[in-house]
Design a protein around this ligand. Structure first.
Ligand SMILES: [Zn+2]
Length: 443
């Protein structure tokens, strides 16, 4: 079952309370072995709405409204309704389905978000925090879902993005999604604040999931008002519902800046260093090189199909300065590079051709690295500088990213670096307002 669809079901079911703010879709450590595929958790705020009412979605053609502020709901009533919905919809027979439910007036400490997005944390610590904040909770099956529940509630959005998720009519779930690729390209071009829509090279449409879940498409971006308009450009089968989420997708918050010596298995890291062993390409096109910083060295792997990034990695040379973003594999212990910034190239020119012997007119042979050349015929020796060289042209300084299809939910696209964010409240104010509530405010 798709975790985000529970938001739709809960909003529809919990009608005696109002939704406050945007539902949140929080992605957690993608390197945890016992997670669900997208490792998603959702968090919603229910209460008695106060102030302006904005439209953040549609469920079965009825508008979904949300309030800017609210008074808390009775936690036990929310808990009962949410538990009923999980029991009715979760696919408990699936091994990796271990839902967790937490209802609380107080949020867990922010550290629970950071630990869960970057590391692997113990359920014991989570249960202790839940009792500290007087939360009502239920961990189904192995109970590990509670970790995600607590983490999602603990998230205080610093960097953040938005996703508009559209859901299919129930009778269509499992059939092929009807989406017009040309309209996705048009949407992608019209709204540059959106990202990960479509891979222009392969034509892969990235707004639709690969699995047979209730999602029709999801448009991600930095401006939710653009998402509302972008949705109307996409030509597709008509969705039964849609909803705008606030999310930590596209933020790289799963990555930790590390010295190489401190790198731990199954974490996401950002490493600064220089190439200490030149790349070799193995069968299948995977490229391996080694980088070092003052604390140590580590092997970096750039896998097919990483496109341009793999081509660039093949032309790295000793001493090139790079920043590698990636996740740490356990066996073998190495970095799976997810994106790379080439900061500086060593200025040694590339050798184009071995020197030619002046006596014999034949190409001379290399004696070894930096040892020069020797003629096979007459034995004449020349220094390394005798070879014909050309200035290095590759790789170019700058960022290299994998194709959109191989990026994970938390992957921060380079175009988001340095982006300016408006305060969430200011953005919510720009959503379409419910006329009736606006009128009430005026009078
Ligand atoms: Zn010679």
């Amino acid at each position: 079952m798709c975790t985000t669809y529970l938001a739709v079901l809960m909003i529809r079911e919990i009608s005696d309370y109002d939704l406050i703010g945007l539902p949140r879709l929080v992605r957690l450590n993608p390197n945890v072995p016992w997670k669900t595929r997208g490792n998603a958790a959702i968090c919603m705020d229910f209460g008695v709405g106060v102030g302006r009412k904005i439209q953040i979605g549609d469920i079965d053609e009825a508008p979904v409204f949300s309030y800017m502020d609210g008074q808390p709901a009775a936690p036990d009533r929310i808990f009962k309704a949410a538990e009923r919905i999980i029991r009715a919809n979760a696919h408990f027979e699936c091994k990796s389905t271990n839902p967790g439910l937490l209802v609380s007036v107080r949020r867990p400490d922010a550290s629970f978000y950071w630990d869960t997005v970057r590391e692997i944390i113990e359920i014991k610590a989570v249960k202790k925090e839940i009792s500290r904040i007087n939360g009502i909770s239920k961990g189904f099956k192995n109970g590990r879902g509670l970790i995600g529940s607590a983490a999602a509630m603990a998230w205080r959005p610093a960097d953040r993005t938005y996703e508009l998720l559209a859901y299919r009519k129930p009778e269509l779930v499992g059939t092929k999604r009807q989406i017009d690729a040309a309209s996705v390209i048009k949407m992608d071009t019209t709204y540059p604040s959106t990202f990960h829509n479509i891979d222009r090279i392969s034509g892969h449409i990235a707004i639709t999931p690969g699995s047979p879940c209730p999602i029709l498409f999801g448009i991600r971006g930095d401006n939710p008002i653009d998402l509302l308009r972008a949705k109307d450009i996409v030509r597709s089968e008509s969705p039964s519902s849609w909803l705008v989420f606030l999310t930590n997708q596209g933020t790289d918050e799963h990555l930790t800046r590390r010295k190489i010596k401190a790198v731990k298995k199954r974490e996401g890291v950002i490493l600064n260093g220089e190439v200490s062993r030149e790349p070799n390409t193995i069968e299948g096109g995977h490229v391996f090189f080694e980088m070092r910083d003052p604390t140590g060295t580590i092997t970096c792997a750039v896998y097919e199909p990483s496109g341009d990034m793999r081509v660039a990695a093949r032309t790295l040379r000793l001493g090139d300065k790079i920043v590698a973003y990636g996740s740490v594999r356990e066996h073998p212990f190495e970095i799976n590079v997810e994106k790379m910034n080439v900061i500086r190239l060593n200025q040694n020119p590339d050798k184009v051709e071995n020197p030619v012997c002046e006596k014999c007119g034949k190409h001379m042979k290399s004696i070894g690295r930096n040892a020069g050349y020797r003629c096979r015929k007459c034995g004449t020796r020349v220094p390394p500088s005798a070879a014909r060289t050309a200035p290095r042209l590759t790789p170019k300084i700058g960022w290299y990213e994998p194709p959109i299809a191989s990026r994970r939910h938390l992957y921060k696209p380079v175009k988001r670096f340095g982006i300016k964010r408006s305060p969430i409240r200011e953005i919510l104010n720009r959503f379409p307002h419910d006329e009736a509530s606006a009128h009430r405010e005026d009078t």
